[in-house]
Write a protein of this length. Structure first.
Ligand SMILES: [Zn+2]
Ligand SMILES: [Zn+2]
Length: 141
């Protein structure tokens, strides 16, 4: 592995927040001031080809990258735009969840969920409670 690839890989490993190439570039720059965005893109492509990292695509957003190679699904939060890893339950095989005919050959599996992350869900339920309290106060007055 080249020095640049190592820095890109370590930058991605440092935070499990599925950054875009530009975000990785911004984070890698202080560690390696000579690195360019084009180099980051090249390194990411090579790392994907070597299956050390994965592409994460969502709608028309720019590609994000994931260094978690364990089987997992992605939760896309429509509140804050974050992407969270959802691991498979202990001892469960992801194949068990879907009925895949024997003749089918699967080369890639991308399982995704949309919703609210824990932080946004908490915020929303607090706001709902707040609204509820306000409306009950109003009706009493
Ligand atoms: Zn992931
Ligand atoms: Zn969120």
């Amino acid at each position: 592995m080249t020095e640049q690839r190592r820095v890109v890989y370590e930058t991605l490993m440092a935070q499990a927040d599925h950054p875009t190439a530009v975000e990785i570039f911004m984070r890698a720059k202080p560690k390696m001031p000579t690195i360019s965005l084009a180099t980051v893109y090249n390194c990411l492509e090579t790392l994907v080809d070597c299956r050390l990292i994965r592409h994460v695509h969502h709608d028309r957003e720019s590609a994000r990258y994931c260094a978690n190679l364990a089987e997992h699904a992605h939760l896309y939060c429509y509140g804050c735009g974050s992407v969270t890893d959802l691991p498979v339950r202990n001892g469960r095989k992801p194949e068990d969840a879907w009925q895949v005919p024997g003749e089918v050959i699967i080369s890639q599996r991308d399982v995704s969920f949309r919703g609210l992350c824990a932080g946004c869900a908490e915020k929303q339920s607090a706001e709902t409670k707040d609204l509820h309290q306000k409306s009950t106060k109003k009706s009493k007055a």
